[in-house]
Design a protein around this ligand. Sequence first.
Ligand code: IPM
Ligand code: MN
Length: 366
Amino acid sequence: MAATGSPRVRNTSSKAVHMVVDSGVKRVAVIGGDGIGPEVTAVALDVVEAAGVHLATTAFDLGAARYLRDGEVLSGATLDELRGFDAILLGAVGPALGETRIPGGTLERGLLLRLRFELDTYINLRPFIGMPHSIAEGCDFVVIRENTEGAYAGEGGALRRGTPNEVATQGSVNTRFGVERCVRFAFELAMQRPDHRLTLVHKTNVLTFAGDLWQRVVDEVGAGFSDVHADYLHVDAACIHLVERPDRFGVIVTDNLFGDILTDLAGAVCGGIGFAPSANLNPTGTGPSIFEPVHGAAHDIAGTGIANPIAAIWSAALMLDALGEHVVAERMTRAVLAEARSLAEVPQSRTTEGIGRSVISRLSDG
Ligand code: IPM
Ligand code: MN
């Protein structure tokens, strides 16, 4: 992220020295996207402003609607522009019906995954808090999903497509560098949590090459974190544990595809995907991180004003934390979680904006 906060001195052509005071205002690119995306991000930004953080936002019109209108998925120029921001807040990307095929792939790959990969957001951090009356009520765990490799890397190809003899292969890319930086992040996070627990989830009994690399990296990195209790679960068993013993988890670290699937299940056992936020982090700061709710575009309720903005607001709080606004981020997280708990406690029909106002009123609850 761009350095902010301290005054910089710049030499002008007239050789006079001016103090250019950096206002410290963070620049955020907002990709509302499709369906309910724009509605929930707007409310999330209202909450940020009410919490006392002024952001300089720039809206980017990207997503399925934009693609269907004029063919733009994500041009090199737009991508380069996005690189200059401190963070990206994203709503949802996806067409009304099924996937949108674009030349050479899908919109998901051409836009969302391209952003994740190009900006090197190698950590997909997805925190979960079990809501009242959910299977995982009272639980608190985090999934660290590797976000730039695995089956998402796009290795593979098709031969004789559309003929009876067609062949399709889809590989999984696992580099020591990629696995290690993800695993190290997960251990560091586990150290900060009171439970000091970390679980590697994989399928080492079948995916022997990738699984072996992940397990050895966890063993090696873990040797430097003797206070962290690390264990291992096969992904199928982890699914059972998420449903039957969700309180056993602290930090889960896993590959891209397992992480995708596990976080939908985790969202469901914690009260619904409408409560699940995510942060696609580039911890090195060589590009902006991307903050987005785990849920999709939900076209069926778009425009009705009833979309649940909790995940978007929580994602915006994760963004503030990454931007260094730790105190405000914590206050905002407490407020959004209190509102989420009350929504889960008593089923009620609420509007997107009404929930936003309620979260804002809870900001002062201390
Ligand atoms: C997610 C989504 C994406 C993914 C899709 C939309 C490409 O499901 O963020 O979990 O698979 O990562
Ligand atoms: Mn997913």
